[in-house]
Design a protein around this ligand. Structure first.
Ligand code: SF4
Length: 459
């Protein structure tokens, strides 16, 4: 349905819904001043009845919904009740401005509270980008180099294991390992890499290999993605990043990557991982040649996958970093220089509403947005600040200003600044430790992630 049709259809329906809704509100006010039965959703009702702060926020939001565009109010009301919103409705929300925009963020914040409570999390992890050699030529990437180029690197298994061990000794529970599609990678490379890390640090969680790398490795090994991933799992792979998703749309992908890894390939590999028991994350890269309807369709596709497999642990919006990329520099008039600040907020908020009940962990990436803005996302739908990282090369290669490390104390402090309780989690969102104050990180003997970045010897 086009937006205009959607709006007029909703306007007529909305008037009656809001009429009944207002009736409900006034009846409820007669019963009890602080409890407004705006929803039949059990979770929402429970929170209203048991949590005074939540009831107050709901009441304020209700007042705002009555003052904004009816179509937006109806969609937000629907989301607040825990009902699914459509791709067309999500597209409509992405266009919200001013009062509608504020109401969107507040609704996302309340739904975050319904789904996750007043807690936000982070994970102590180290990124290991084992090679920057790659010939795929993705136009948004400035990380890839040719083999002969200055600065090209291809770490030995020993060096990768050293870095994983260093991370473990500094308190990391996870290593996130990704790299370019190096031509010298042979059919057993990815398996042997996992075995090398596990041999050195048996208990660390290996979160590794994008769907592009799995596609490449499976082709080299002449195996199905299922068989290839089964081998990796047996070797010790714990989970997979759902990166390389960019925007799951053929036309957009043609411009970004010449559609080398197609949407179908990405979906097939993610589902194959879930089928063999390897959980994945999910991502979007936005703010280049894409439009709000692509974002909404992308979220809709992720939701469909999740309904089918249940294997996605989180959704991570990743804003496009344009500075050093061919995509932007070749066409600065046609390609946007990354998302605006408002778009960052909208993306986290709409994702929260669209994915609720299916993917309930929405991560804010401090690498892309900076720690301060990422922290602000915790009041607009996000409930996780991601990893401490220790080293991150990919975003920095594209010109990102952030992206080395946020130590655990800072993570805890930032979460507290957002008014939430802080939790250190495992990769699969297991609660590992709760913190009342930033200092507690040290008291509980988690080693500091890093005092000195150069220690790691990468950048
Ligand atoms: S994004 Fe990944 S696959 Fe594409 S060129 Fe860069 S390193 Fe290669």
């Amino acid at each position: 349905m086009k937006n205009n049709d959607l709006m007029s259809a909703q306007n007529s329906q909305t008037s009656s819904n809001l009429f009944h809704y207002e009736q409900q509100v006034s009846q409820a006010q007669e019963v009890k001043e602080n409890i407004i039965p705006i929803s039949h959703d059990a979770r929402h009702q429970f929170l209203l009845a048991s949590n005074a702060a939540y009831a107050k926020q709901s009441k304020q939001l209700v007042a705002k919904l009555k003052q904004i565009d009816l179509a937006t109010a109806e969609i937000l009301y629907q989301a607040l009740k825990g009902q699914e919103i459509s791709v067309e409705q999500a597209t409509y929300l992405f266009k919200a401005e001013q009062g509608e925009y504020q109401a969107l963020l507040e609704t996302a914040d309340l739904v975050r509270q319904q789904r996750c409570g007043d807690v936000a999390s982070f994970v102590i992890t180290r990124n290991i980008n084992f090679t920057n050699v790659c010939y795929m030529g993705c136009r948004f990437c400035n990380f890839a180099k040719s083999k002969e180029e200055e600065g090209a690197e291809f770490l030995s298994f020993d060096e990768i294991a050293n870095r994983a061990e260093e991370a473990w000794l500094k308190g990391a529970t996870e290593v996130c390992i990704q790299g370019g599609l190096h031509p010298d990678i042979d059919k057993d490379y990815y398996k042997n890499l996992v075995l090398a890390v596990k041999a050195r640090v048996p208990d660390i969680h290996i979160h590794a290999f994008s769907p592009f790398e799995i596609w490449y490795g499976a082709k080299k090994a002449r195996m199905t993605p299922q068989a290839f991933l089964t081998e990796l799992k047996e070797a010790g792979l714990g989970s997979m990043p759902g990166t390389a998703a960019e925007i799951l749309d053929v036309e957009v992908r043609k411009q970004l990557t010449k559609n080398k890894l197609t949407t179908e390939d990405w979906v097939t590999i993610i589902k194959a991982a879930h089928e063999v028991g390897v959980k994945t994350t999910s991502t979007i890269m936005y703010g280049h040649v894409d439009q709000p309807h692509h974002w909404a369709a992308h979220l809709g596709l992720l939701r469909d996958i999740q309904k089918e497999t249940g294997g996605i642990t989180e959704f991570v919006p990743l804003g496009f970093i344009h500075y050093e990329t061919k995509l932007y520099n070749d066409n600065p008039d046609l390609v946007r220089p990354g998302p605006t600040r408002l778009e960052h907020f909208k993306m986290h908020a709409v994702a929260r509403l669209m994915l609720q009940g299916h993917i309930d962990n929405i991560q804010a990436s401090w690498v892309k947005m900076g720690p301060e803005t990422a922290t602000q996302m915790l009041q607009a739908g996000a409930n996780d600040l991601g990893g401490t990282l220790m080293n991150e090369s990919i975003s920095r290669a594209a010109g990102a200003k952030h992206g080395q490390e946020v130590v655990p104390e800072m993570m805890v402090d930032n979460i507290h600044k957002a008014g939430l309780s802080a939790v250190r989690r495992g990769t699969l969102y297991q609660t590992l430790e709760k913190y009342d104050s930033p200092d507690q990180v040290i008291k509980t003997h988690i080693p500091r992630a890093s005092e000195q970045i150069d220690l790691m010897g990468v950048m």
